[in-house]
Design a protein around this ligand. Structure first.
Ligand code: ARG
Ligand code: ZN
Length: 844
């Protein structure tokens, strides 16, 4: 069954209030609901339909009188009075057997819920759609020490708790947690003087991993007050850490539930990257309180309304807390690694899709990350002040409502007077635009001519020109900026912009800060790239120039077997040694483009990418760089080593990132001596992990790997790192074999998504290993996806994206992949989630 945006019809009833009672029992939880409905006069769809899946209905009443609804696999219908009425139902569910981790389930002995997008219908019968909003009162009966739900606590006693959430909300924001948990408490006083109780709830033993998350929460609360004027609106804010969770975290009103990997942090067990990610996700979920909860989505086609905006907000937060240019560069690396392949492959879909079979399959990089890019473009076009004014109007006008992209754009049109009709194409058209640039210079006038085009995507053969904000600056031959950044607003398929009064032909710096999610195509030389790498005032474009040099060097090596480009290696050496540059930036410059990016670039230029050759080129380049830098590596290593007790701040983390890159180069030359010493001395996970990774990648470190295992086998999150690293560091010909062996390890389980992703995600992420000509990687992934699907469709379907780039590769690989995709698709009882993904990947 396919759902269409055009079919939207409001629900025919108002929900006045919801009262729920939970009698908790692992295999037989009873859920009693009392819901007041009022029929809407003249409703387009007057049918009383309540969603409900896998529920055992014990009884149903309307105004106290037993009724017998008609029940299907999707829900129930029932005759109802024409006047307001009280619906009462009792259902029984089995949380202990719920391995899909959707609805009410158990994880490590605790009860928890995940309702977004459509999990509430697995808890009780309800109009489970985001445009139905109501206040909830929840009574929990259970033996657990801690019984939590949304809103404010009403009463607590042994075995019983009552919660009331005064803010009307859709059912997807409902949450319940019950377990023998301990809390890390704190308080926050809002700008208007309201005291809020804060808690992070964890299983006993994890108390010492909450402090960092708590600081991040308080910083987020302050930041949202300052940057957006948004205050928190309940007496209490609870965060709970859960080990078994399909995604990162969930913004349930007043009760955020987190994958433990996205909240628990300690210097001994978490890397700098973990700390930064945790800070960002805590912020993201907190920011949803206004962008998502107070203003929610009318239907799931509008998912980007809350996700794109909230990702944009959390990126602004990270930019403010840390380094803005480093954050921007990292986000673009991520966008190109995850969103571009999606946008250019069989799974391509608009940021606001118009159809879906399973909404869980649309929590994608396109809706999140490209959705955030659209907000960034909008802000750049209207300016910072107008953006803030528009957001004020948005909160003012739509507080308490379930909205659409049209509502969002209308706010900008009304507050800025701008016509956004053409801009809206960013929401409607799938695919990544290509932007070709040509230049000319005569009589002091410099002209840039841009041409945009977007290739057809599934269901969208023709594309119209979009509004593209192109941030441009110009440099003279000395590297001085003769034209500071200006935003060109491109609206035509082909369009020219001129700059006058220039003394000589300038060097352009185009798409500064990556001002639009497009692929820039420009005939340029390595000399000019090296010039921009050395002189551009825009740090993003400096990095971009270095990244392009690196890419071109690799492509030349792959295609002609050439030695690594000398001028590139030269430029790189200068930068690495340049102490005036932020170490975090230098670490990013040293980070090679991913092998998958190189494969995509080769494919676009009409070559069949050979994963082994791409791997070999990367190895050669790293080895050559290490040799050229040999003399300075020990000094660089010493200079970037952070002394003193571990602190997760951005400056120390940047230094450690550079230090880690230096160490991995050094390890190629010194037989692993320095890395072994670092491993032995490390008192924090960042340095311990960096040393182990450097050793394993250089095919050393067997002893350290065993020691790591011995030390950390009792810590699930650290063991995920161990599992993933074994696969990621393996040479291509051994990757599938090692991954396969790890799936037989006693600590491997299909029931924990983090563990599954650690092994299978690392397999899919190892470009040369996954695409090894033997096809062993494809087969292993398919085997495990088939095994997981009957337990957990959501995580299975998500992992199918590993196959989305299959049309890039040669005929034998395509045949091997097709065979595996068919095998998955032919599996008896395959979930709707996985079936939709595999069908879309196969079809295009
Ligand atoms: N709303 C959550 C967040 O972005 C993610 C929920 C993902 N849900 C899903 N069905 N995949 O913070
Ligand atoms: Zn979100």
């Amino acid at each position: 069954e396919t759902f269409y945006l055009k079919d939207y019809t409001p629900f025919g009833f108002e929900v006045e209030s919801v009262q729920l009672t939970f009698r908790l029992a692992p295999h037989a939880t009873r859920v009693l609901s009392q819901i007041r409905f009022t029929p809407k006069p003249g409703a387009a769809d007057p049918q009383f339909f309540l969603h409900g899946e896998k529920l055992n209905l014990i009884s149903a009443k309307i105004d106290g009188v037993a009724v017998s609804p008609v029940i299907t696999a999707e829900g129930l219908t029932c005759d109802t009075p024409a006047e307001p009425f009280l619906w009462e139902a009792e259902v029984e569910i089995d949380p202990a057997s719920n391995t899909a981790l959707e609805g009410l389930y158990m994880s490590g002995g605790m009860y928890c819920t995940q309702c977004e997008a459509e999990g509430f219908r697995k808890i009780t019968y309800y109009p489970d759609r985001p445009d139905v909003m109501s206040t909830f009162t929840v009574r929990i009966e259970g033996d657990e020490e801690v019984l939590l739900s949304n809103g404010n606590p009403v009463s607590q006693s042994q075995g019983l708790a009552e919660w009331h959430d005064p803010w009307p909300k859709p059912a997807y924001l409902f949450a319940l947690v019950a377990g023998d948990l301990v809390n890390h408490p704190d308080t926050f006083t809002t700008r208007s003087g309201k005291e809020v109780e804060l808690n992070i709830w964890v299983r006993p033993g994890d108390e010492d991993k909450c402090a960092f998350g708590m600081e991040a929460l308080k910083k987020s609360m302050t930041w949202d007050e300052e940057a957006y004027g948004r205050e928190y609106d309940l007496d209490i804010f609870n965060i709970v850490a859960v080990d078994d969770f399909n995604m990162g975290a969930m913004e349930n009103k007043g009760l955020n539930v987190f994958n433990s990997s996205c909240v628990l942090a300690s210097p001994e067990t978490s890397t700098d990257a973990n700390f930064e990610r945790i800070e960002a996700i805590i912020a993201h979920e907190y920011f949803h309180n206004w962008t998502g909860n107070r203003i929610t989505c009318r239907d799931w086609f509008q998912l980007c309304l809350k996700e794109g905006l909230t990702v944009f907000r959390d990126a602004q937060f990270t930019a403010d807390m840390r380094s803005a240019s480093v954050k921007r560069i990292s986000d673009v690396i991520d966008l190109r690694a995850r969103q571009f392949p999606e946008d250019q492959g069989p799974l391509s879909h608009p940021v606001r899709p118009e159809e879906f079979q399973e909404i869980n399959n649309f929590y994608t990089a396109t809706i999140y990350e490209k959705g955030a890019e659209i907000i960034g473009m909008l802000k750049r076009l209207v300016g910072d002040e107008a953006y803030r004014k528009a957001l004020d109007l948005y909160f003012d006008r739509h507080d308490g409502q379930a909205c659409t992209i049209e509502d969002w754009l209308q706010v900008f049109e009304d507050s800025t007077g701008r016509d956004l009709t053409q801009f809206k194409r960013w929401y409607a058209q799938a695919g990544t635009p290509r932007l070709k640039v040509a230049e000319s210079f005569a009589d002091g006038t410099y002209t840039l001519t841009f041409e945009q085009s977007t290739a057809p995507t599934p269901g969208q053969p023709d594309k119209d020109p979009r509004v593209i904000p192109i941030a441009v600056g110009l440099l003279n031959g000395n590297g001085d900026e003769v034209q500071p950044t200006t935003v060109l607003e491109m609206t035509q398929a082909k369009q020219s912009f001129t700059f006058e009064g220039l003394a000589s032909k300038p060097v352009p710096s185009i798409l500064r800060e990556f001002s639009a999610p497009v692929i820039l195509e420009r005939d340029t030389s390595n000399t000019e790239r090296a010039f921009l790498l050395a002189h551009d005032s825009d740090l993003f474009n400096r990095w971009e120039a270095g990244n392009a040099l690196s890419r071109e060097a690799r492509i030349a090596m792959v295609l002609t077997g050439a030695a690594p480009d000398a001028s590139y290696l030269d430029a790189l050496q200068k930068l690495v040694r340049d102490d005036s540059l932020d170490p975090a930036f230098r670490a990013l410059i040293l980070q090679p483009p991913s092998q998958s990016d190189i494969a995509q670039a080769l494919f676009e230029r009409g070559h069949l990418p050979d994963p082994q050759k791409i791997y070999d080129a990367a190895e050669t380049l790293t080895q050559t760089l290490a040799q050229q830098l040999a003399d300075s590596l020990p000094r660089l290593y010493a200079d970037t080593t952070v002394q003193g007790p571990y602190q997760p701040d951005a400056v120390s983390a940047g230094k450690r990132a550079l230090n880690g890159r230096i160490l991995s180069l050094l390890t190629r030359l010194d037989g692993g001596d320095q890395a072994s010493r670092q491993y032995d001395a490390a008192d924090n996970m960042t340095q311990q992990y960096a040393a182990l990774a450097a050793l394993l990648t250089a095919e050393k470190g067997t002893a350290q790997s065993q020691a790591f295992y011995q030390q950390w086998q009792g810590d699930r999150l650290v063991m995920d790192k161990w599992f993933a690293l074994q696969v990621a560091a393996a040479p291509p010909e051994a990757t599938a074999h090692i991954a396969s062996r790890l799936t037989e390890h006693p600590l491997f389980t299909l029931k924990n998504p983090n563990r599954f992703r650690a092994v299978m995600g690392a397999l899919a992420g190892s470009h040369a290993g996954f695409h090894h000509a033997s096809g062993a990687g494809y087969q292993l992934l398919a085997d495990k996806l088939i095994a997981l699907d009957s337990l957990n469709p959501q995580t299975t379907a998500r992992m199918c994206t590993a196959f989305q780039t299959w049309k890039r590769y040669d005929a034998p690989r395509q045949a091997l992949i097709r065979q595996q995709l068919r095998r998955i698709k032919d599996t008896k009882g395959l979930s709707r989630d996985t079936n939709e993904m595999v069908s879309r990947i196969l079809d295009a």
